[in-house]
Design a protein around this ligand. Sequence first.
Ligand SMILES: [Zn+2]
Length: 375
Amino acid sequence: MGEAWRTYFETQLSEIIDELHRYVTIESPTHNKESVDEMGKLIASRFAQLGCTVQQIPQAEVGDIIRAEWGHGEEQILIIGHFDTVKPIGTIQKQPWRIDGDKIYGPGIFDMKAGIVFCYFALKAIIEKGLLPNKRIVFIWNTDEEIGSPFSVDTIKKEAIKSSVALVMEPAYLTNLKTSRKGGGEFRIRAFGHSVHAGNDHEKGINAIEELAEQILKVQRFTDYAAGTTVSVGLIEGGSAVNVVPDYAQVRIDVRAKTAIEANKLTEQMHSLIPVLNGSRIEVEGGFDKLPMERTDGTIHLFHLAEKIASEEGFPIGEASVGGMSDGNTTSSLGVPTLDGLGAVGDGAHADHEHILIPHIPNRIALIIRLLLEL
Ligand SMILES: [Zn+2]
């Protein structure tokens, strides 16, 4: 049916841009529950207007999660995105909504309010054209992705295990979809020694910073670029005065891995560390918060379908593997085929020049609707 859907959404571009404007005008940084809830109310009302069953899942510390369900049938397709942003209230005054040539600028537009608006127009078209795939579509729009989804992870898991696939509306990488993401987490090593005066009793002291330094060199060497595993010591503290042999020091360590096997291997290595200095003690805690989103057969199958759609509709698409994490890590690590990066094409997530590219809007919505119809 070459180009049909892309052309269809091209005719709706001004309506789509108006809707994006509404979303961007409501600022919604993760830690401002009141404003995130205001954004949530708009999303909830929009999906309810389409006939979805909408549920606001109450949260105490972050905005309420929006769950919208449409359709009937045994099979469930899960769509995930977030409407919290990293941009504090007032950013809109400094970086206002602005259309400049092919670009629309605005806080949170790329990461990832556009992805939610795209889904709204895809579903609207399905309904208006009377296309009723015999499936249920469940949308989870969460409010804490930018802090690692600690409050929504259980909701996401609960829906994921009922779903045949998960489609994640995070922004694209260039024009590419994301078929794998590293998993990551944090470890902390605490070293304990024995404090003495550095001048008078040096030989009786056990230097916790020295102990920690030995451990740091060991863990940095767990990095294995070929396997996609990285270890990065990021924050360090210890000691009380320059003339005191320190009895305490600690370090916080960022870890990333490409496969669950590598993540488990690294976790084991971290927990097997033993002290080097006589009489010192170390404590290791932490682990992977998110397991890797691996490039599984199920995900490759989804990607090939997307590739076919893109070539029929006549726009470019590719595949990317990225280091950053998303809720796609959660669905994928449960074995649910996951395709990520289906949202907007643009640039500047978390940056001042955040924007999306207008010519790609119809492409992306065409991709989303056809995936829903053809899965
Ligand atoms: Zn995001």
